[in-house]
Every structure is written in C-alpha cells, then in structure tokens.
Design a binder for this molecule. Sequence first.
Ligand code: HEM
Length: 264
Amino acid sequence: MAKKKPGRKDELLKILLYPLDWLEERSGLVGGVRYFLFRKVPGDISWGHTLGSASLTAFIVQAVTGVILAMYYKPHPDTAYESIRHITDDLWAGWLVRGMHRWGASVFIILMFLHMGRVFLYGAYKYPRELNWIIGFILLILGMFEGFTGYLLPYDQTAYWATVVGMNITANGPFVGTLLGQIMQGGPAIGQDTLSRFYSLHMLVAPGLIFALIGLHLYLVIRLGVSSPPWSKEAAGADYVEPEPEPPARAGLVAPTTRGRPTP
Ligand code: HEM
C-alpha cells in the first residue's frame, strides 16, 4: 500500500515540536517532565493530595513576585521605606505585585501546614517516607524564616519593632541563642548591617535552599510514589484476584505436555 503523504498539519506540528525533540534527544528532560506529569497514582486519592502542589504553586508565585520587587527595592535604612512606597503608589500594578508577595507569604505557610496535616493524618510520614517528612519539616522552618526576614525589609516602625522582638527571642534561646542573635543583627543595634543581612538571607540563601529541597522532596515523591489513604480498600488488596491453582499433575504413565498437564 502506498504511504500517505504527510499533510500540512503534520508538517506544522513537526516544526512546532522540533525544539522539544531537540532538547529531548540531548538531555532526556522532556521525557522526565512527561513521566512526572503522567505518572500513575493510586485511584482513591483525594483533594487533600493537591495541597503539596498548591504549596509549590505558592512558592513559585513568591519567587516571581519577589524577583519583580527586587528590581525596585533599595536595601538601605534611608531608602528602603521610600522604595516600597514608590513600588506601591507610583509603579504600574506595583500595589498588586507587592500585595501578592505580602499576602502570598501567609498563604504559602498556611498551605504548608495544611499539607503537613494531610500527610500526618494519612500516616504518610511512616516507612519509607520518613526522610521526605524530615525534608518537608526543614522546608516549613525555612518558609517561616522567609517570613521573618522579609518582615524587616519595608523598614517602618512595625518592621523594626517586630524584628527587635524576634531578635530578643532568638538571643535568649539556649546554647547558641546569643551567638545566633549577634550573627543576625550584625552589629550593636539593628541598622544597615542587619537590613543587608536580612535582605541577603531573604532573597538568596533561604529561597536557594527551599528550591533545592523542593527538588529533593519531589524526587522522593516520584521515587516512592504517593501513598493511599489509610482506609483505602485498593491498598488493602480488595481488587486482588487470587490466581486459579494449577490442577495437580498426575504421576504415573502419562506423557507430560509443555504446560505440565497430563494428556487427556
Ligand atoms: C515548600 C513546601 C512543600 C512543597 C512544595 C511540597 C510538595 C509536595 C508534593 C507535590 C507532594 C506530592 C503530593 C501530595 O502528597 O500532596 C508532597 C508529598 C509529601 N510531602 Fe510535601 N511539600 C512541601 C512541604 C512539606 C512539609 C512541611 C511536610 C511535612 C513536614 C511534607 C511532607 C511530605 C510527605 C511525607 C509527602 C509524601 C506523602 C505521600 O506519599 O502521601 N511536605 N509534597
């Protein structure tokens, strides 16, 4: 039979997919993303299982809005407040980007807590997922640290005094408290050095760590698979069908067939 000539639609599709094919051939990345998006998950998972992805979405929103804010923010005690006012009042959609970042911080932490609650209630922290629980816990601490360091950046009265309270709590902690307080403050009082430190921790160190740990977290989710709810009949083997037992082979003068059954 004659081979069908490729139509214009096929040609166009080929051209459009060429960059993806190029990338796949050289890195295997496209296959990896496809595997992640279309992997099999248990049939009886629920909306509770979307909270991890919701936390991921909130983090991405924080990262994108944070990058935009960093283009206009000036981390100095004399200019910080004015630059935030400029973003909010003068720039096009500046109020929206700042609002998304400010409210998004709370949304991110609330979603992480809800996700953690789902994992706890479903017992999904147990073997073999203990390591992913520990990584998740570090992510939660880092998320809250982001909130603390970001709070100082507008450098208004609320920011300043809230940071004084946070610093005093840290400095009164046992063993390493005093040292941690000194490192974070960067001088005898909260000032330029504190602001620079907080800015660096807030926009480089903590997001970098969160990004890397999310990668590890998701790798483990893919490797171990998502767990079913504890009441899952599917996981308890309700769908399991016992294979029919083979009839016993007759001993004696019989010619065995290839399947090991006696000839009739
Ligand atoms: C940046 C924050 C986080 C992101 C982006 C994230 C993302 C995800 C995603 C996408 C999943 C798979 C779907 C699901 O079960 O929801 C997952 C599963 C999991 N997460 Fe997180 N997570 C975060 C924080 C946490 C926290 C705070 C904990 C606990 C302390 C945690 C522990 C776990 C565990 C144990 C699983 C496996 C659950 C299962 O197999 O059913 N995660 N995470």
